[in-house]
Design a protein around this ligand. Structure first.
Ligand code: GDG
Length: 492
């Protein structure tokens, strides 16, 4: 199979959403994948983002990169995307069992769409391709590909946290689903905490074992590796963009509107995992406690809405509007609003300019796989007069950015204390903390991240030739309405 083994094969990236070339401003991951695909040639496969009755594959080539996308039907979208992925897995993976909405039809839809991905993808693969599958939407994909005879190396990266085994087992059918992870050759996680959770789950809940030479063996007998690969940003590019943003008219307008006040900034997708309600409470607590800060600070929270089809997201939006209104109602003066809450998205270049102007970056998710905003905030700072990052201990970024002011986001007083400390921090300390965090980001940027993962994937033992069409793991996930043994294209 591995003819011409010295030349790395084509890279095939699979993710729920595909960033088409005309949408490259989407930032971090999209540009990292595009850079990798440009370098070695490859294919990016996933959902087009469209909901339609069209079941055909859309193909498009841009230089060395092929793009292949499919639309989802309304039912598939509702069951797979809004349903199992974002109403069941997302809250579970973010330690929120109270928000988990489990419905059997949603799981069926999740498996159905993964089958659909596998069915299309298998026709596009070449024997020397190396596959990189992204995120919780596609956990069983490798098992479904293996069931179709695919023997290529397949890596998986989980962008969310992985909670402790005790939580994972709350998911009905957890073993049937999670054991399919063993069909990947390499599983990448953001932090050592996530890796521990994966090992613990396989060892203590799924009958697996550690292998003497490293890696894990699942109960099915299949071996795979797992490792920590903290995602990063294009540090040099973000720094350059932030410098250049000084000249943007919008940045001048922001500066003027502040009238010398210190800016505190938060930038998050509107999501309950980001801890926005707790953050607003901490800010209100600071205003209540420190009247001398009134009129001297402004908190700008940018929160572009996401996943509006999921009820919890509509609810958090209403709650935050109420809280922002309440804080302004309590503390605003005719010439000062303590909080500017903006439900809108901005070009990334402008965001970096806003970060650079903020004395404090307030990044306090309740749980976050990594949190790229924290890294972008640091990279955007003016080295001569850098701001201070306040960072949740529960973001993956806290493992690397230990010179931020680390807080527990649920502790209102602790976050308020950190805000006060950040606002009053002397320049020398700000510079020291920033330099040490920037060193980390310069050493480990997004290119280092993707190369580390791809090198580790290439170094995994070649997947064994299968003696039966479906792996044990794949055959367990026959929960979908459409059975797995329905005729599917053969992969030679
Ligand atoms: C998931 C995991 C993990 C935000 N507002 C705008 C905008 N953004 C950009 C930011 C940043 C990205 O979106 C958000 O990344 P995060 O990492 O903060 O969070 P998630 O979206 O939840 O990402 C997370 C990540 O995957 C990568 O593995 O770190 O833990 O949850 O780049 O700048 N970009 C633009 N306009 C906005 O208004 N253009």
């Amino acid at each position: 199979m591995n003819r011409g083994a010295r030349k790395p094969g084509r890279l095939v990236v699979v993710s729920n959403r595909v960033a088409l070339p005309q949408q490259t401003s989407t930032g971090g991951l999209a540009s990292a994948m595009q850079a990798a695909l440009r370098e070695r040639g490859g294919l990016w496969f996933g959902w087009s983002g469209k909901v339609s009755g069209n079941r055909e594959l859309h193909q498009h080539t841009d230089g060395p990169i092929d793009y292949a996308t499919i639309d989802l039907s309304r039912t598939d979208h509702d069951d797979f995307y809004a349903g199992f992925a974002n109403s069941t897995l997302w809250p579970l993976l973010h330690y929120r069992p109270d928000l988990v909405d489990y419905q059997r039809e949603h799981l069926d839809g999740y498996l159905r769409v993964n089958e659909l991905f596998a069915e299309h993808l298998v026709k596009l693969l070449k024997p020397s391709d190396i596959l990189w599958v992204h995120d919780y939407h596609l956990i069983p994909l490798a098992a479904m590909l293996r069931a179709r005879g695919v023997r290529n190396r397949i890596g998986f990266f989980l962008h969310t946290p992985l909670p402790a085994a005790a939580l994972l087992i709350a998911l009905p059918q957890h073993r049937a689903l999670l054991e399919t992870l063993a069909s990947y050759d390499l599983i990448g996680l953001h932090s050592a905490r996530d890796l521990r959770a994966l090992e613990d789950y396989f060892l203590h809940e799924a009958g697996g074992a550690m292998r003497p030479g490293g890696g894990l063996r699942a109960a099915s007998g299949r071996s795979f590796r797992a490792g920590v690969f903290p995602i990063s940003i294009d540090t040099a590019l973000v720094a350059k963009t932030a410098r250049a943003a000084e000249a943007h008219e919008e940045i001048g307008q922001l500066r003027k509107s502040l009238e010398g006040r210190s800016l505190i900034i938060g930038v998050d997708r509107l999501d309950y995992s980001k801890g926005l309600a707790q953050r607003f409470m901490a800010y209100a607590h600071l205003l209540e406690r420190e009247p001398e800060l009134h009129r001297r600070i402004t908190f700008l929270q940018i929160a572009p809405p996401s996943r509006g089809a999921v009820p919890e997201y509509r609810q958090i939006r209403r709650e935050l509007e109420r809280m922002a209104g309440h804080i302004n109602g309590m503390y605003a003066a005719p010439d000062w609003a303590p909080i500017r809450y903006v439900n809108q998205s901005f070009p990334h270049s402008l965001l970096t300019g806003y970060y650079r102007h903020a004395r404090v970056g307030l990044v306090t998710p309740l749980r976050d796989g990594m949190n790229l905003v924290a890294k972008e905030y640091v990279a955007s700072q003016n080295p001569k007069d850098p701001g201070v990052l306040i960072l949740s201990r529960f973001a993956g970024a806290a493992f690397e950015l230990s010179d931020a002011l680390l807080v527990n986001p649920a502790d209102t007083a602790e976050v308020a204390d950190a805000l006060e400390r950040a606002l009053k921090m002397p320049l020398k300390e700000r510079r020291q903390r920033w330099r040490s965090m920037m060193d980390v980001l310069e050493r480990r940027d997004i290119t280092v991240w993707r190369n580390a993962f791809l090198d580790a994937l290439a170094a995994t033992p070649a997947p064994a030739r299968m003696t039966q069409p479906a792996s044990a793991a794949a055959s367990q996930i026959t929960l979908a309405k459409r059975p797995l043994d329905e005729p599917s294209p053969r992969y030679e």
